[in-house]
Write a protein that binds this ligand. Structure first.
Ligand code: GLN
Length: 482
């Protein structure tokens, strides 16, 4: 087996046993990037030199008897997360050339855990999208089929991990952007509870929904990444000041007596038949493993998409007001200040402009109550649905996305059909619960299907363990190079 084909945990074991070292792992990953990334295009920036240096330091530390959770392991970071001295674009021309003078909290955490950051991965512009086609730079291809999208917006991170160009990666999930690409690329992707991971240094899209999530080839890999970045940070006022449990220790594989809710509203018309079949089979598997299956109802599910597409653009329109060419990024100069700001802001891509217009409209005097106010009320109802469901069940099982990976270009001109890719993930963000996507099969074209397991607020341990139990009992993790 090639070094790059190790799971993160296997790589860590090999390092601990002295069977390899971090420089060898890092060079193997960089070589894999050279071989694969011309076609896949998962990285916007590759920090090869820095990575090799950091790997040398990691090897030195190990030689001195030190050990850390990710010591010497090459990982990737979505390009919406600030990295000191390394360009961070959020997939946008309006941040072209922006080099943050500081690290995001999660990047500091990765580095403190000994991880080697090999590069910054492609994203839809400001994380608005489900395919990476809204990136101002490149479209990432799905490693399973290069004519298809990897999902998005964290599609670069997902493709990099799936094609063995990193052992794990960070993404962000505002409406589904970790779980949906994980599902499309045959990976495990976690969206933690809002507040579990600090947003400090994460370029804001929709502040009440944004959260950093992690990708892994296995549940244990995804968990190892997650437990390193979770935790309190006083610089994010929404960060939760509560201890981080030992999530890896929670992966016992025992789900006897686990109450699994199956919401009728998530098996709707328009869902790809093979996805529905695979997810139902996965639920039967959970039952075989000792779980109790309980039909539930989340009656306000159908309002999640419309509510999200008011709330997220409203927050985006205010967050994106800061890009005026004066404080960050490129400045396009015209006859006066207003004209210069206008010209600079024309650097936004069309999806971002659409969201700014939608959001500005929804927040404008006269429409605020009718749109934004109403969407907030719907959000409360969705939250209540989940609270009530979690009185009866421990976990909710449903598809991650209604389809498998679609073709590049297929939905690019139809925003609504693009928005529908996240129909099953959005409610998690609106309700402050957490969710994980785990591979549960392949469709007739050989494309991965994802099972979504949703958990109550701060109950990541339970969904990760359920995903782990399922993963251990099945064998959907296929090595892409086989
Ligand atoms: N696809 C959704 C959107 O475009 C979610 C994106 C995300 O989670 N960042 O808003």
């Amino acid at each position: 087996m090639k070094l790059t084909e190790f799971t993160l945990i296997e790589a860590r074991n090999a390092l601990r046993r002295g069977e390899t070292n971090s420089v060898a792992l890092t060079e193997a990953i960089l070589e894999q990037i050279v071989v694969q990334d011309n076609d896949i295009k998962s990285y916007l920036t590759i920090t090869a030199e820095q990575a090799v240096k950091a790997a040398q330091t990691a090897d030195q530390k190990r030689a001195n008897g030190e050990d850390l959770p990710l010591l010497g392991i090459p990982v990737a970071v979505k390009d919406i997360i600030c990295t000191r001295g390394v360009p961070t674009t959020a997939g946008s021309k309006i941040l072209e050339g922006f080099v943050p003078p500081y690290n995001a909290f999660v990047v500091d955490k990765l580095e403190a855990a000994g991880a080697i950051i090999v590069g910054k991965t492609n994203t839809d512009e400001f994380a608005m999208g489900s395919s990476t086609e809204n990136s101002a730079y490149v479209t990432t291809a799905n490693p399973w089929d290069l004519s298809r999208v990897p999902g998005g917006s964290s599609g670069g991170s997902a493709a990099a991990v799936a094609a063995n160009m990193a052992f794990g990666a960070l993404g962000t999930d505002t409406g589904g952007s970790v779980r949906q690409p994980a599902s499309f690329c045959g990976l495990v992707g976690l969206r933690p509870t809002y507040g579990r991971v600090s947003r400090w240094g994460v370029i804001a899209f929709a502040s009440s929904l944004d959260q950093v999530g992690t990708f892994g080839r296995t549940v244990a890999d995804c968990t190892a990444m997650f437990e390193v970045v979770a935790g309190y940070d006083r610089r994010d006022s929404t960060s939760l000041n509560i201890p981080v449990p030992d999530y890896s220790a929670a992966l016992t594989g025992d789900i006897k007596g686990l109450r699994v809710g199956v919401p009728a509203e998530f098996f709707i018309e328009g869902i790809q038949a093979e996805v529905e079949t695979a997810v139902h089979a996965a639920i039967v598997k959970l039952e075989d493993l000792g779980a109790e299956i309980i039909p539930i109802s989340l009656p306000h599910t159908r309002y999640a998409l419309p509510a999200y597409y008011i709330i997220a653009p409203a927050e985006a329109s205010t967050n994106l007001a800061r890009y005026d060419g004066i404080r960050y990024g490129p400045r396009l100069v015209a006859e006066d200040m207003i004209a210069s700001v206008k010209k600079t802001r024309s650097l936004f891509g069309s999806e971002v402009k659409r969201r700014i217009m939608l959001g500005t409209y929804a927040l404008s005097a006269g429409y605020y109550d009718e749109y934004y106010g109403r969407a907030l009320k719907v959000r409360s109802l969705i939250k209540r649905d989940f609270l009530q469901a979690f009185e009866k069940v421990d976990v909710i099982a449903c598809p991650t996305s209604p389809t498998t990976a679609f073709k590049i270009g297929e939905r690019a001109d139809d925003p609504l059909s693009m928005y529908l890719a996240d129909i099953f993930t959005l409610s998690v963000n609106l309700s402050a619960s957490c969710g994980v996507s785990v591979p549960c099969g392949l469709d007739s074209k050989g494309l991965p299907i994802g099972l979504q397991l949703i958990g109550n607020t701060l109950d990541e341990a339970t969904i990760l363990n359920a995903a782990f139990a399922y993963e251990q009992a099945t064998n959907w993790r296929v090595n892409i190079n086989e």
